[in-house]
Ligand binder design. Structure first.
Ligand SMILES: [Fe+2]
Ligand SMILES: [Fe+2]
Length: 339
């Protein structure tokens, strides 16, 4: 009977567009108990290690639930139908969102990243560092980026926000392509990647978070969306082939792209300081992702994004240098978590 009720409720959820994974009364109850335990044993913060502790605890929830909450589960099964009508459904698969809080006790509002994914950007990084092109391939990479820079300046002129938003749609591609190709190589060759898959995918995710932040400030027009679709189609495929042919030059090219991103964000900061661009309050997503103060502004956001770009610059020039020495990336320590 229990399975009939569950199957019926799951089918109803599918047909009514309900979200299956979002509700599990007994799990939430245990989550609250675990939260109390975590608070008692770990000092009460949902951030950092406590957050990880939390997630580990949550992953073992189905077992705990079976042991201690059969009564409550029965009750849940019989009340599922009613709750479906409110847009919440039974977690048939045992997948629930962990109950996570900010440091101030308010509920964590994001599903796309968790408190333990957040960080304070190292803004002390040298934003003026430049890799002087040495080899022919370095010069090709440098000149190609400078050529693209001229085109983008002609198109965007002084529309800093729009420029940043469009730049991020491209900047988030190389890390994903590089990470994906290293992943496939690891599978093909039965060998470790030395952490470089993770490092490059982290870079892609970090760039995507830049985009998710910028899109809160600038709304793309239909023709800009069309341009992004076209540019992504061309750039993804071109970079894919480029990386297959020469990862050394591809990473050098990205290193120079990141140098240009640092320059663009420096100009953006100058425009904010001079009053050309209004220093509006920081979007909520940026405050949580970079652990900024609640009264942070656009200037703070651009400062941390620029620091991220400087880190990506270093990672990619480093990767190119490894190849330049005739080595594979896995032979050097991957800069995982380098922000
Ligand atoms: Fe970026
Ligand atoms: Fe970047």
């Amino acid at each position: 009977m229990k399975y009939v009720v569950l199957a019926r409720s799951t089918a109803r959820a599918l047909f009514t567009g309900g979200r299956i994974y979002h509700r599990q009364f007994s799990t939430v109850t245990i989550a609250r108990q675990l939260e109390k335990e975590a608070t008692h044993h770990h000092g009460g913060s949902a951030f950092g290690e406590s957050g990880s502790f939390w997630w580990r605890k949550m992953s073992s929830l189905p077992e705990i639930k079976d042991q201690h909450h059969s009564e409550e589960k029965k009750k849940e099964d019989t009340t599922t139908t009613n709750n479906n009508e409110n847009g919440v459904v039974s977690s048939y698969w045992g997948i629930t969102r962990p109950k996570v809080q900010r440091e101030d006790g308010t509920e964590w509002p994001w599903n796309c990243f968790m408190p333990w994914d957040t960080y304070r950007a190292d803004v002390s990084i040298d934003v003026k560092k430049h890799y002087v092109p040495k080899t022919f391939s370095d010069k090709v990479a440098f000149r190609s980026v400078k050529f693209l820079r001229v085109l983008s300046d002609l198109y965007f002129k002084e529309r800093y926000g729009c420029h940043a938003m469009m730049l991020e749609t491209i900047a988030a591609v190389p890390g994903m392509v590089g990470g994906m190709l290293l992943h496939l190589k690891s599978l093909r060759k039965f060998q470790h990647s030395g952490g470089w898959i993770k490092a490059l995918l982290e870079e892609a995710e970090n760039e995507r978070m830049h985009l998710m932040t910028m899109v809160e400030l600038v709304k793309p027009s239909w023709h800009e969306r069309l341009l992004v679709i076209t540019a992504q189609g061309v750039f993804f495929n071109a970079f894919f082939v480029f990386y297959l042919l020469s990862p050394k030059t591809a990473h050098r090219f990205v290193g120079y792209l990141e140098e240009e991103a640092v320059i663009s964000y420096t100009q953006h900061l100058d425009a904010i300081v001079s009053g050309k661009v209004e220093n509006v309050p920081a979007p909520a997503i940026a405050i949580d992702y970079w652990r900024l103060p609640k009264d942070a502004t656009l200037k703070d956001v651009i400062t941390v994004i620029r620091a991220d770009e400087a880190h990506h610059r270093d990672v990619n020039h480093f990767a190119s240098d490894i190849h330049h020495e005739g080595k594979e990336l896995k032979e050097a320590p991957a800069p995982i978590g380098y922000h």
